[in-house]
Design a protein around this ligand. Structure first.
Ligand code: DGJ
Length: 750
């Protein structure tokens, strides 16, 4: 069959399907403003500290020709490619900015398709580009590439926040072929670095052992990091990365990219060192069992690859990313959060109104903002008394809660605290009325045995009826209980037996992994349209869902069910490479052997919560907890909104130290911990060098969160110059009897 030729954009008829903003921008571009097709186009995409430069070659293909410090003279970018000689017949294709499959390219492609006529070849030539401001803080560059033979085109999009040095890039794919085109691979980004010597830190884990870092030097060949779990996708591997260019990643030196593929389903990040020791980095949805059928006229927008760049190490890169996230990404990232008491570890499934009422009273007594009712409140035909029944039946269990949720909400109101609730609306137990009524809503292979994870299965969110159901669960809760102040949205099972009866009927069964995630986003968009502000926590029994796409709709996430505080220090250290403290939900529980003070101090480096029976604490512990909550209320804004500095790395020594510093450098909260109690440490041997302070200012240091009956061993009322604290440091005197030391550093007005 002869391919259909793409008409020029000027001739293009308006399409019925939605185009995203960036594509529309390109469609609107007149020929006058476009760059002539055969002239060399040089496209610098720049932030305060970085330039990513793209340029067309003699064949009008687009290459990445530079990634480095911005040049003073913009005209100089045009000449960067002339200084490299990688373009022999083997290496010429490596720098391509979005590498197609099936024609000249023999390396790992960014995009591989099967056209409507069955042909698998693709060529992408530069057509035009445009850069325009999005708002006062960011700009968007869109580059249109087109296949000269098929009616198929791709728009590469780069949104840039220069001040935060953050780049978000994605790709939009569309065609006007006669039938659907199959996207066999569809990367978000295809970066290229020529620095030589690349060090990749990945973060893998498992349940209770999330976010474990491993740094490796990338050697020639391919290293790929991926998930095929479907939901709860980043349980074993994460799409988070630290890339050290030219040297291993270090906290305060060297060029690094710190970033994430913002996608809540299967992902694949591929790092290929080519024959010239350059690095090709491809990131996108995992094409595993996902050859995606894209109808003509629709735009496939890939997820975003996000990264912050620093030439001064991971510390600065994290601060860039955290600051960007708070300002521009996380729902209510600069707002407030609710401290809470959660009943999960206090009761598990075994509760009734009386027990909960007593915990609501504890909430008040402890001094936190909200009581959070966890799993186990629903299901009647199949009561949720264990994790093997009831999931999906979101009606109050009449035995446990004879007066319904409304009664508990009122009890909370009486105590002057808010009320939040746990749901897991994407999942179903086979022992449930939902499963009985709608077996076709469940992801399962009809002719094969079911495979359970925590006795449950995943609902088919690719199906609009299921989307309506999930929306209805949340909407119903709010409609019946308008005072509900918080949702903990859990998600515990990955997808086994990936099969959607809905998509199979539609003729696109292989779209499931992608359409599931899109279905979820669509539910969240609807919910946020109606309930724009209600705080919601992403939970998945741990780090399976810390991602920047979901954080558009959620205010926070649950890093791990492992709340043992020493483990948590390591985990919170690792998560902080990517996320600001305000999104990290840290609960004080009974896990581990550390004293309550240690546990509360660790949980205070984020959003503080409790999962304990407060009334059963000793009187001293009670008094300490109440005082620590008050103290937290006094400094939480510094932790949530301040600049974070990782001061002492527990992977390198027996202590950990973190600082959070206000933007005006007038106040800092510094957390110090002994992390290895096997050593008979008698006192921290050397000072912790502080960071982020003003060398010109003077500061006073006060110890906070002292346990009742103890006094600080630190000199009272002494003043230090910022210069001293930055260069010499301060010894927090962490010892075996002072395993956790919180300091408030305040500028002194003279
Ligand atoms: C997993 C979560 O991580 C826990 O906090 C708790 O909510 C349980 N699920 C409830 O089933």
């Amino acid at each position: 069959m002869r391919p259909r030729f793409l008409r020029s954009q000027a001739e293009a008829r308006p399409r019925r399907h939605l185009f995203s903003v960036s594509t529309a921008v390109l469609l609107l571009l007149g020929r006058a403003s476009s760059v002539a097709a055969q002239a060399v186009a040089t496209i610098p995409i720049t932030t305060a500290n970085t330039a990513l430069v793209l340029q067309t070659d003699a064949s009008n293909r687009l290459n990445t020709v530079y990634f480095g410090a911005p040049l003073v003279n913009v005209a100089d970018y045009a000449g960067t490619a002339t200084q490299y000689a990688f373009n022999d017949t083997n290496a010429g294709f490596y720098p391509n900015t979005y590498t197609p499959a099936g024609t000249w390219n023999l390396s790992e492609p960014a995009l591989a398709v099967t056209h409507a006529d069955g042909n698998q070849s693709l060529e992408l030539k530069y057509v035009r580009h445009e850069t325009k401001p999005v708002d006062a803080h960011s700009s968007l560059t869109c580059i249109l590439l087109r296949d000269p033979v098929y009616a198929f085109e791709v728009t590469l999009c780069y949104q840039v926040w220069p001040q935060e040095n953050v780049i978000e890039q994605w790709t939009e794919i569309q065609h006007r072929e006669k039938k659907a085109v199959t996207l066999n691979k569809f990367a978000s980004a295809n970066l290229y670095f020529t620095q030589k010597d690349f060090y990749l830190t990945t973060f893998q884990g498992q349940y209770l052992k999330e976010a474990q870092p491993a740094e490796t030097k990338l050697l020639q060949g391919m290293r790929s990091v991926e998930s095929k779990l479907g939901t709860r996708a980043m349980l074993l591997q994460t799409p988070n990365f630290i890339l050290g260019l030219g040297q291993p990643a270090a906290e305060n030196e060297g060029t690094v990219l710190v970033g994430q593929l913002a996608w809540s389903g299967n992902f694949k990040l591929e790092y290929e060192v080519d024959s010239y020791q350059n690095l090709r980095f491809l990131a996108g949805i995992n094409p595993y069992q996902s050859a995606y059928a894209l109808p003509a006229g629709q735009t496939f927008r890939t997820p975003s690859l996000l990264y912050a760049v620093s030439r001064h190490g991971t510390g600065e890169a994290s601060r860039h990313l955290q600051s960007w996230a708070r300002q521009y990404r996380v729902l209510d990232g600069q707002g407030q959060r609710l401290t809470l008491l959660n009943n999960w570890e206090a009761t598990y499934f075994d509760f009734n109104e009386q027990k909960l009422t007593s915990l609501i009273q504890d909430t008040k007594a402890l001094g936190v903002n909200m009581f959070l009712l966890d799993d186990g409140w629903f299901g009647n035909k199949y009561p949720r008394n264990n994790d093997d029944a009831g999931l999906g039946d979101w009606q109050e269990n009449r035995q446990k809660l004879p007066h319904g949720l409304g009664y508990l909400v009122k009890e909370a109101q009486k105590e002057g605290v808010k009320f939040g609730i746990w749901i897991e609306p994407e999942m179903v137990n086979p022992k449930s009325e939902l499963y009985e009524k709608h077996p076709d809503w469940v992801i399962r292979q009809p002719a094969r045995p079911e495979i359970y994870y925590r006795n449950q299965l995943v609902l088919d969110l690719a199906n609009p009826q299921v989307q309506d159901f999930v929306y209805g669960v949340v909407d119903g809760l709010f409609t019946k209980n308008p005072e509900l102040a918080f949702i903990k949205w859990d998600c515990n099972a990955p997808i086994h037996n990936a099969y959607s009866s809905y998509l199979t009927k539609k003729g696109t069964p292989q779209n499931l992994y992608v359409d599931y995630v899109r279905g979820l986003y669509s539910v969240l968009q609807r919910l946020r349209a109606k309930y724009p502000k209600v705080p919601m926590m992403l939970c998945s029994g741990g780090g399976g869902r810390g991602d920047y796409e979901l954080l558009k709709y959620f205010t926070e996430f649950w890093p791990s069910d492992d709340t043992e505080p020493v483990e948590r220090i390591f985990m919170q250290w690792n998560y902080s490479y990517f996320f600001p403290a305000i999104v990290s939900d840290n609960h004080v529980t009974d896990w581990g052997k550390q004293p309550l003070k240690y546990r509360i101090d660790v949980a205070s480096m984020g959003k503080l919560g409790f999962d304990i029976v407060f009334s059963k604490l000793s009187e001293q512990d009670k008094a300490f907890a109440q005082q620590a909550v008050r103290s937290y209320d006094g400094f939480k804004d510094v932790v949530w909104q301040g600049e974070q500095y990782r001061l002492a790395n527990p992977y390198e020594q027996d202590i950990a130290a973190f600082a959070y510093v206000t933007a005006d450098k007038s106040r800092a909260i510094v957390f110090n911990y002994l992390t290895d109690t096997r050593q008979k440490i008698t006192a921290t041997p050397r000072p912790v060098r502080l960071a982020g302070l003003d060398p010109q200012k003077s500061y006073r240091i006060k110890e906070l969160n002292l346990y009742p009956g103890t006094t600080s061993t630190l000199p009272p009322d002494k003043e230090y110059s910022g210069d001293f604290l930055l260069n010499v440091g301060f010894n927090p005197n962490v010892t075996l009897t002072r395993t956790s030391v919180v300091l408030e550093v305040t500028a002194v007005a003279h």
